[in-house]
Design a protein around this ligand. Structure first.
Ligand code: DC
Length: 226
C-alpha cells in the first residue's frame, strides 16, 4: 500500500491537489483537517469548553470518513457535516482544539486506522502526516505558498464578506498556533520535497506531484485514469 503525505499551511492548495492526485491514481484520499474540524464542530454543538474533554465524549463510531476523492464525506454522529465544518465558528476555534494533546492522541489512532484500511494507495493531507501520523510514507511533500497567494486562494473559495486583509490575518494567526504548539507542530523536515505554489496553478502542482509518484515508481498498483 502506498501512502503519499502532503503537509503544509492553510490555503496552500493541499486539498484540491491531494484530491486530484488520488483521483488520477484511483487511490483513496484523507483530509485530516476535516477530522480536526469535525471534533471542533462537536465541541461547539455540545458546548465543550475544554478540548481535552472531547475524546471521552465520543464513541468509536462518532466520526466517519468516506475517502473517495470524487466525493469525500465527513460524518459526525451519522450526519454528513461537509459544509458545517467549514463555518467561520469552526475555522476560528479549530487551531485551539487541534493543539490539545488528548485530541491529537485520539485523532492519531483514527487517522492510522483509516490509512490502514486503504486499498492500494492513499493521499493524506495535513500538518503532521510525514512527521508523526505516517513517518514511513513513500513520498512526503511540503506544499506551501506565500501568505498573499494563500489568502487569495481562500478568498476565491469562500463566499464570505471578509476583506483580503482579514483573511490574511486569520491565516497568519492559524499559522502561528499550528507551528508553535508542543504536540506535532507544522514543520518542515529533510525528507520532504518542498513545492512552493506561490506562482503555480493547481494543475501545475498536480502535474509535479504526479511526476514524482511516477518517477519513484509508486503507481504500479493502480492504472492511472486517462
Ligand atoms: O487544513 P485545515 O485548514 O482544514 O485544518 C484545520 C486545522 O486543523 C488547522 O488549523 C490545523 C489543524 N490540523 C492539524 O493540526 N493537523 C493536521 N494533520 C491537520 C489539520
Amino acid at each position: 500500500m502506498v501512502v503519499i503525505a502532503i503537509d503544509g499551511p492553510s490555503g496552500s492548495g493541499k486539498s484540491s491537489a491531494s484530491r486530484a492526485v488520488a483521483a488520477f491514481f484511483r487511490w483513496d484520499y484523507l483530509d485530516t483537517g476535516a477530522l480536526y474540524r469535525a471534533l471542533t464542530l462537536f465541541a461547539i454543538n455540545r458546548d465543550v469548553r475544554d478540548p481535552s474533554h472531547i475524546p471521552a465524549l465520543l464513541s468509536a463510531n462518532s466520526i466517519k470518513w468516506n475517502g473517495s476523492p470524487d466525493e469525500p464525506q465527513i460524518l459526525l454522529e451519522g450526519r454528513i457535516v461537509n459544509a458545517e465544518i467549514r463555518s467561520e465558528a469552526v475555522t476560528k476555534r479549530v487551531s485551539e482544539v487541534a493543539a490539545d494533546p488528548e485530541v491529537r492522541k485520539f485523532l492519531l489512532a483514527l487517522q492510522r486506522a483509516i490509512i490502514n484500511q486503504a486499498r492500494s494507495g492513499i493521499v493524506v493531507e495535513g500538518r503532521d502526516i510525514g512527521t508523526t501520523v505516517w513517518p514511513d510514507a513513500e513520498l512526503k511533500i511540503f506544499l506551501t505558498a506565500d501568505l498573499i497567494a494563500r489568502a487569495e486562494r481562500r478568498n476565491a473559495e469562500l463566499s464570505s464578506n471578509f476583506t483580503h486583509k482579514e483573511i490574511q490575518d486569520s491565516l497568519a494567526a492559524r499559522d502561528v498556533i499550528d507551528s508553535n504548539r508542543s504536540t506535532s507542530p507544522l514543520r518542515q523536515i529533510d525528507e520532504q520535497i518542498i513545492i512552493d505554489a506561490t506562482h503555480l496553478s493547481l494543475e501545475e502542482v498536480v502535474t509535479e506531484i504526479k511526476r514524482l509518484i511516477i518517477e519513484l515508481e509508486l503507481s504500479n498498483d493502480g492504472e492511472p485514469r486517462e
